[in-house]
Write a protein that binds this ligand. Structure first.
Ligand SMILES: C[S@@+](CC[C@H](N)C(=O)[O-])C[C@H]1O[C@@H](n2cnc3c(N)ncnc32)[C@H](O)[C@@H]1O
Length: 185
């Protein structure tokens, strides 16, 4: 009886927190299931089974956990500046029992990007230029960036996957960029 009371109380708290996060303006569009499957297909096509996958701006963790569950040999790291979302993401990962994901409360520009084999980016358009420069300076050779919706300035994609071909504005088009220059490894 006590177990169920505590269980439902925790469930209600999490639900309210998630709804509040949505309603109070998370700027937090989550990746859709369709685009998330598109990301898995990109990993499949490139035979990426292991290594480090960083989710830039992981919000409350849905996408990172989606990837971690389906690619158990990957180490998934969600980086998010909003502490509430990081806390929700950590709780979520516990509930799902996923061990290969961790969430860091951090600005993406302070992240250990040089460790990443794959970085996933679904961030506001106004920081695309800074992100493009950061990636150029810090990604190791051979690492890829999968970017949702907004193209990276000054980078040429090696693959473009429109997950919503019916949308003319490019929403949820996935672009794959490959680092060909730097030598972090
Ligand atoms: C559109 S959501 C993407 C959520 C998740 N990656 C997904 O695809 O479902 C963008 C998230 O990036 C976070 N964000 C924006 N700028 C950031 C920054 N400089 N450092 C860390 N997180 C950032 C926002 O707080 C928001 O939660």
């Amino acid at each position: 009886m006590l177990f169920y009371t505590v269980f439902y109380a925790v469930l209600i708290v999490i639900t309210v927190a998630v709804l509040a996060d949505r309603i109070l303006g998370s700027n937090g569009l989550a990746t859709s299931r369709r685009a998330a499957r598109g990301v898995l297909e990109i990993l499949e096509k490139r035979n990426i089974q292991e290594g480090i996958f960083i989710d830039f701006g992981s919000a409350s963790g849905w996408f990172s956990i989606f990837v971690a569950k389906r690619r158990p040999k990957l180490k998934v790291i969600g980086v998010e500046q909003d502490k509430l979302r990081v806390t929700l993401a950590r709780v979520r990962a516990r509930i799902h029992g996923v061990g290969n994901v961790q969430f860091l409360s951090q600005d993406v520009f302070s992240s250990q990007l040089e460790q990443a084999d794959v970085v996933y980016i679904f961030l506001p358009r106004d920081i695309s230029g800074d992100v493009a420069e950061f990636l150029r300076a810090r990604m190791h050779r051979g690492a890829i960036a999968i970017v949702n919706t907004f193209p990276l300035p000054l980078w040429e994609p090696v693959d473009i996957i429109p997950t919503r071909p019916e949308r003319k504005d490019g929403f949820e088009t996935l672009r794959v960029y490959e680092q060909k220059e730097k030598l972090y490894r």
